[in-house]
Design a protein. Structure first.
Length: 119
């Protein structure tokens, strides 16, 4: 599976962004989709994941209630980010795997998109 993340940018604290992750190469519906992020000087951390048909979702505590993960029936997963905080600044990566999990042991990864939240 090839993954292409997009939608990052610069936003003020309290603002919103929507990230997209376009998949190609394999049957999109066979894969769980996840979002991770890595801030400068920090380890990559789990943000959210969604099951194959979109019914099951999982969130990191630090984004619960502010971020929403979703997917369409074609080939794209999304991460709607609201009430952004400066500490949300990071490179955001999408990932795909056969199993829904909150560890970074996903098989396929996109290239990352930078989100910068100014105070």
């Amino acid at each position: 599976v090839q993954l292409q993340a997009s939608g990052g940018g610069l936003v003020q604290a309290g603002g919103s962004l929507r990230l997209s992750c376009a998949a190609s190469g394999r049957t999109f519906g066979n894969y769980v989709m996840g979002w991770f992020r890595q801030a400068p000087g920090k380890e990559r951390e789990f943000v959210a994941a969604i099951g194959r048909v979109g019914r099951n979702t999982r969130y990191a505590d630090i984004v619960e209630g502010r971020f929403t993960i979703s997917r369409d029936n074609a080939n794209t997963a999304y991460l709607q980010m609201n009430s952004l905080k400066p500490e949300d600044t990071a490179v955001y990566y999408c990932a795909a795997d056969l199993i829904l999990r909150s560890t970074d042991r996903y098989e396929y990864w996109g290239q990352g998109t930078l989100v910068t939240v100014s105070s």
